[in-house]
Design a protein around this ligand. Sequence first.
Ligand SMILES: [Zn+2]
Length: 238
Amino acid sequence: MRILLDPGHGAGAKFNRGSKIGNEGDNTFRMYLIFKKALEKKGFEVGTTRQVITDNPSLASRGQKGKGYDLMLSLHTNAGGGSGVEVWDDVNPKYSNKKLGVVICNAVSTTINIPNRGVKYRKNSSGGNYYGVLRNNYAKNGMIIEFCFHDNFNELKKYLDNLELVANNLANAIAKYYGVEKMENKKFDYKGHWAEKYIEEVKEQGIMTGYDDGDFKPDEKVTRAELAVVAAKILKKN
Ligand SMILES: [Zn+2]
């Protein structure tokens, strides 16, 4: 899995954008560095649209950098006198992923206890994405995360004081989401096997669990150690 992180805007006061602590473009870069590490810990390959904090590529080139990535996340904080986290998803159903947007909003909102404004869509007059980074996105899915309102001092402080926690919880939620997706779409190797209904029963009862990826390898040999585990579980049940 490859994720492209796009820390919004450029460096310095020119990109303050009403932020009560620091500047939006500096804060997004700080978050990017921490979030990248958190995602890498979960096994994602992570790229960026800003190699160094002073980079400020065009919106089009940020989106186009998504080529070959599974997901592009553009990192921002919000302004305009509100409160909470929101996600702007791609308006094109081909690139949209509302389920993942919901997962992201939930993770941020519960981690720092701010309102959940949900997943939103905004079109331009020709029906495409209003936001340039999404309009030009080449990754399989693309969305903008507005982590909190940076013109709300208390909310911004809470967010900045907990960047690491937000990044870790978000990385966990995204990893779990992709894990679950993979499982849902996967045809397990015991489906259609003559012993399918017995296999499902022992899995349900917790007597045999199969492998982490959901497979069972129904025709593999059992070791004495594995048999001992099964026997112990049956004994415990009775
Ligand atoms: Zn922004």
